[in-house]
Design a protein. Structure first.
Lengths: 204, 352
């Protein structure tokens, strides 16, 4: 049986500064790994905020708390993001980083149906490199993984703007709000498609 | 049953696993659960206690795209179940996997799975001893009385893997392994049969990460040394490694093989934390070639020079002279040969 939330949050607070150090090292590793890759806009890495962690550990699944040992089970305590100009670059970097890192999950997130528009992105769940992890291994309860998202500028813009408005999965939206968000996602998708086409004409 | 390091041993499973038979019918693997203390358990407890120090190669389970690995699932199930019969069900699956990947070259093996726990941590140790025919010939079942003989005869030669973590749905992805049945040979630290074929694991560090880190450290030491002999030793080591077609290596192995002690110490201190020095990884050929390749300089006066790219900035100076580049190469002459053969003579020789 899981200990109470207060204890879980306390545990997270205790390791958070170590996670910030690890996160900085992952960001540096990513920048080095992608140093020769063109059309990369931004590489960043962050640690979950205490508020966000607190919210996540209360998630339920089938009427039960989803995480028994949240600190070991939540795989995006550290989250990295690579934002690129073109869809082709995103694919190329997705393949490269799938080989560069040892990974346990590889997902292309697209809307459920072709006629729907919404969140899109390439996600990897990667092992923290032993070169980094072993420096901190004396610290108990560190996560083994970090989550890595690869997105185009337009996918990123849509995601950030939606997040900034406080919309999260499961939040009930008015029909009008849903249509507007889907419209922006469709516009972003369209922009990526056209850029992809121009990219092919220029480089292929 | 408590070990000397205060691990509470929950489960000891043995399976006698011969090379797989080609027949279609399933082969029944002989198994045994150890429940009482005796010489064999005492010996196994000792192996269990030192397993983390023993297993010097970091490994991680391979995964499909959605965090699946059947071997790991069996491992988790052994740890999760409280009933021995349930644990045995999953241990049998692991034994079956060993049977499927064992061929005549590997020979018969005695598989031992030991589970223990201390505070919130659980540890699972998997060992394969070279099988002893005596165990088999004494009857159809594994005979516990003969186990100490197996362990005393070949006690120091085994393959081992150890996994320790807090048990959750997302844990037990990483472990450590060692192969004490392999001769001290830098080109093969641990058999693929043990790590990839049986355990469904791979070195924890990817070939790209390892190769890039390796080259970063070698180049850093090279830049810092002004001793020409040391520079030559490093460059020759790097070139030799490439030509030997080595697949799996660690910095430690590289140093032992190619570098004097003093340089080894310098490389060790350049790694900052000791662990990468001993970390085994697979060399990634394209990256190695890119990191340690050659730059070919063609000069307008007909001279062609081949310079290792990683030492280029150190020994070659490029200066702008009226819009054209002047090149200066600096170095100590090691040998000078006059090549009098023409190209056609060379070709003729190689044809003969």
């Amino acid at each position: 049986m899981r200990t109470d939330n207060k204890e879980q949050v306390e545990l997270f607070k205790q390791i958070r500064s170590t996670l910030v150090d690890i996160s900085a090292e992952i960001e540096a590793e990513l920048k080095e790994a992608l140093t020769d890759k063109p059309h990369v806009d931004k590489i960043s890495c962050r640690v979950k905020t205490i508020d966000s962690y607190t919210g996540k550990i209360n998630k339920e699944e089938d009427g039960k708390l989803k995480y028994e040992t949240p600190i070991k089970e939540i795989q995006d305590l550290i989250g990295a993001r690579v934002v690129v100009y073109y869809k082709q670059t995103a694919d190329e970097i997705f393949e490269y980083l799938s080989k560069y890192f040892s990974i346990v999950e590889r997902t292309r997130i697209i809307p459920d149906e072709p006629s729907k528009f919404g969140y899109e992105g390439l996600h990897l769940v990667c092992f923290i490199s032993p070169i980094i992890f072993n420096k901190y291994k004396e610290e108990n309860l560190l996560p083994d993984f970090f989550e890595l998202q690869i997105k185009t500028l337009y996918q990123h813009a849509w995601g950030q703007a939606e997040h900034g408005l406080g919309y999260k999965p499961g939040v009930k939206l008015e029909t009008d709000e849903k249509r507007k968000l889907a419209f922006i996602a469709a516009q972003s998708w369209g922009a990526d498609e056209i850029l992809s086409d121009l990219y092919n004409r220029k480089f292929n | 049953m408590l070990t000397k390091n205060n691990f509470d041993i929950k489960f000891i499973y043995l399976a006698y696993v011969p090379p797989r038979h080609d027949e279609d019918q399933p082969y029944e693997i002989k198994t045994l659960l150890l429940r009482t203390n005796n010489k064999a358990t005492e010996y196994l407890h000792n192996i269990f206690d030192v397993a983390l120090n023993d297993g010097r190669i970091e490994i991680s389970f391979t995964a499909d795209d959605q965090q699946g690995n059947p071997f790991r699932e069996n491992l988790i199930n052994i740890l999760k179940k409280s009933d021995n019969a349930q644990k045995k069900y999953h241990a049998d699956k692991i034994a079956q996997k060993l049977y499927e990947v064992t061929d005549q070259r590997n020979g018969t093996g005695l598989l031992v799975i030991i589970e223990g726990e201390k505070a919130k941590s659980k540890r699972l140790v998997i060992v394969r001893f070279k099988g002893d025919e005596g165990l088999y010939n004494h009857g159809k079942r594994l005979k516990i009385d003969y186990l100490p003989e197996v362990f005393t005869k070949k006690s120091k030669h085994y393959k081992l893997a150890v996994f320790e973590d807090i048990l959750t749905s997302k844990s037990f992805w990483k472990g450590h392994a060692v192969d004490k049945q392999i001769s001290t040979n830098m080109h093969k630290q641990i058999s693929d049969f043990w790590v990839s074929d049986f355990l469904s694991c791979k070195p924890a560090i990817t070939s790209l990460q390892g190769t890039i880190q390796f080259s970063k450290i070698i180049k850093a030491v090279l830049v810092k040394t002004s001793d020409v002999e040391e520079q030559e030793a490093i460059i020759s080591g790097v070139t030799n490694l490439k030509s030997k077609n080595v697949k799996r290596i660690s910095l430690n192995d590289f140093c032992n093989r190619y570098l004097p002690q003093e340089l080894t110490e310098r490389i060790k201190s350049e790694t900052k934390d000791d662990s990468f020095f001993n970390t085994v990884f697979d060399l990634e050929n394209d990256t190695y070639r890119k990191e340690f390749g050659k730059t070919v300089l063609n000069l307008v006066n007909g001279i062609t020079a081949y310079i290792p790219s990683f030492t280029y900035d150190k020994y070659v100076t490029e200066e702008d002279a009226n819009g054209k580049k002047e090149i200066t190469i600096r170095g100590r002459l090691a040998s000078k040969k006059l090549n009098t053969e023409t190209k056609s003579e060379k070709t003729a020789k190689s044809v003969q």
